[in-house]
Design a protein around this ligand. Sequence first.
Ligand code: SAH
Ligand code: SF4
Length: 371
Amino acid sequence: MKFTPAKPAITGETPDSLAARLRERGEPAFRAGQILEWVYKKRVRAWDGMTNLPRPLRAWLADTFELMPASLVLGRESAADVTDKLLLELRDRSLIETVIIRAPQDGVGLDHSRKTICISTQVGCAMGCAFCASGLAGLKRDLDAGEIVAQLLQVCRREDARTPRARAGPASFDNIVVMGMGEPLANYDALIRALTIVNAPWGFGFGARRITVSTSGLVPKILRLAGEPLGFRLAISLHGATDEVRGKIMPVNKAWPLAELIPAVKTFSARHGRMVTLEFILIEGLNDSPDQAEKLRDIALDLHAHVNLIPCNTVEGLPWKRPAPARQERFAGVLRAARVSVTLRREKGHDIDAACGQLRLKTEKEREAAA
Ligand code: SAH
Ligand code: SF4
């Protein structure tokens, strides 16, 4: 499923690919470096702002490339919380979500907090997990690399506006999680191209170890990711500690059951020497039993994995509820007792529909109603 835009996005280009285009026009290759510096370091908002380029070149660039393929249609900050959700519109009017999660640090205020950016890789999702808003309407299309990278530029623009001193400096965030809409490993080539751009010194210069890719468990792609030269971190959306329970809510478990998933995760962590994270959404009456907690504990011990417990978000039209706090604590206690590294997430941004895909879903419904 591909969208072919009239003009490719500049945010999907590398120095080599850009230099090749420039050469066709008889331009020297060093212009590629200048252009990318304007994009990532100076974060210029119009081609005409690239003042060290000859005017005819700027005009050609404007005709040939899209400077920003994802425009901001809505930015929502949660009042009680510390998430900031961006709804972005792509050139075919598709909507995607990018979330800024601020972790306040004592005494320094929110502007100096640690920031984690959650990015999307697809419009919708084909995986069909039963609890997830992103997958409710299926997959519309893959994002291209330029659209994945553009989300981070939009975040920088927003952060630059909040703290003007950060402008034209390094990227103003600390971690990237590929946990927004879509299954990143189902859009593998665009994902790797985008993360390579994010990591490159001429791009955001952002360390691979601060980038976490989250997957529902596409085993062959996990093995491929293990072989990539850049050592990204890996998170697995587990959500069930047995095939029986996982299979009820994640269709992907039929293709790649736990007996295949777990060895693949082991291969990944052996290669990269880093703890993998197991994401586990707690859903009342479905996967929150003591038996599931014990089975999850055993898997985590076997994988030396960190466990992230997330009380599920309610999604309009879906029946799932989060367990009561005491039951959440009891579940976490089973893991802690075995010294498993575990966090029970106080989920952020409930008031701005933080669960992935929900803001988009709502906006699409409003659009349909207005049409
Ligand atoms: N497709 C990838 C990455 C995006 S999903 C994956 O599944 O890992 C992003 C995260 O949002 C996943 O951990 C997913 O399980 C979680 N999520 C989806 N629906 C949710 C809900 N209703 N409540 C809480 N988390 C949810
Ligand atoms: Fe897709 Fe991840 Fe949602 Fe499952 S949880 S439907 S894989 S986005």
